[in-house]
Design a protein around this ligand. Structure first.
Ligand code: PMP
Length: 335
């Protein structure tokens, strides 16, 4: 019998998709792991499960306990699902500039949502620090701490990476991926390099993130900004530390939006902005490598979370990005 155990049992083992047009265009196999097909809709279900399993195993999270997290959304969504399934209270501290769809979904899933004004990491009122303080104040509560909790990258070391290796039968020339906490890139990079040190690991970075400059020049430096959510960072998290990264590609918003709409119109894939960053960078890496190579990346989450933004013509126009989505997304125009 092929029966999985509820929400938790359906996390992972996502399909690896060959993207026909992009592959034909580059002469490479452009493969994207469909992480948006995880039950909570994103790659972060994996980290959420590993973080909670680890806390339970070490006796930090006990029945009736509370899980607190600072998150741009997807980790919170994964945690909220699992907390509902396991009977934990879930409190999510989230910057109030994240998409309203994410906040609504979190509330629907039973999480207590605390939107806070966005503040840089060094500010004591940064959302991650508020989450840490809140967890310390509450009885029988843990702070999931996805940025520095190594259970996050362990999820990708033990699941995402080995799945990519198995599904490609070891034919991977490059793995390309954007980072938020760094868990996905760190875990998959280690897993693939352990099997084949020649696999090229490439960071895909939006504008406004400091990592591109760090990989290229050894120094954290952020310039510009991005409409993407959940990726880009200005510090080296514990999860990211020591990751074997060979190169980095910076992707601006027009390139990201154009790719998101190509994925929608040419491949029928409805995914969020970080997937656009990943695929745009993967195509660049494929061009650099030349025909005949296999480049693997991720489709991180679903487009539905961004219906009012990335898929809304009025919003795109306001951001000066409507031309990048050409032809305009007419059916999704705001009333
Ligand atoms: N894409 C999206 C949409 C995300 O929400 C996240 C996580 N915040 C990522 C990519 C990056 O994943 P990671 O935290 O493993 O670096």
């Amino acid at each position: 019998m092929k029966i999985r155990s509820g929400f938790i049992g359906s996390i992972g083992q996502t399909p690896l998709l060959r993207l026909g047009r992009l592959s034909d265009e580059t002469g490479c196999d452009i493969l994207a792991k469909a992480e948006f097909l995880n039950p909570g809709g994103s790659v972060k279900d994996r980290a959420a499960l590993y973080i909670l399993d680890d806390a339970e195993r070490h006796g930090r999270l006990r029945p009736g306990g509370t899980v607190v997290e600072g998150t741009a959304g997807n980790t919170g969504i994964g945690l909220a699902h699992i907390c509902a399934a396991r009977g934990y209270r879930c409190i999510i501290v989230i910057p109030d500039n994240q998409s309203p769809e994410k906040l609504d979904l979190l509330r629907t899933l039973g999480a207590e949502v605390r939107p806070v004004p966005p503040k840089p990491y060094k500010d004591p009122d940064n959302y991650q620090k508020i989450a840490g303080r809140l967890a310390a104040e509450l009885p029988n509560a843990i702070w999931a701490n996805q940025f520095d909790n190594l259970a996050n990258r362990q999820a990708h070391l033990e699941t995402t990476g080995p799945e990519i290796w198995a599904d490609t039968e070891g034919r991977v020339d490059a793995f390309v991926c954007a980072t938020g906490t760094g868990g996905t890139l760190a875990g998959v990079a280690r897993s693939l390099k352990a099997r084949e040190p020649k696999v090229r690991i490439v960071l895909a970075d939006p504008m406004g993130s400091a990592l591109y400059h760090w990989v290229k020049h050894g120094e954290l430096l952020a310039e510009g900004s991005s409409i993407t959510e959940g990726i880009g960072t200005t510090r080296i998290t514990a999860n990211l530390e020591g990751t074997p990264i060979d190169d980095a590609v910076q992707v601006d918003d027009p390139t990201c939006v154009a790719m998101v709409y190509r994925l929608l119109r040419e491949e029928g894939l409805f995914v969020g902005g970080s997937s656009g960053i990943n695929l745009a960078a993967a195509v660049q890496v494929a061009r650099e490598l030349g025909p005949g190579h296999t480049v693997v990346t991720l489709l991180c989450d679903r487009g539905g979370l961004y219906a009012g933004r990335l898929f809304n013509a009025a919003w795109l126009e306001e951001k000066g990005l409507l031309a990048a989505a050409a032809p305009p997304p007419a059916p999704l125009l705001a009333p």
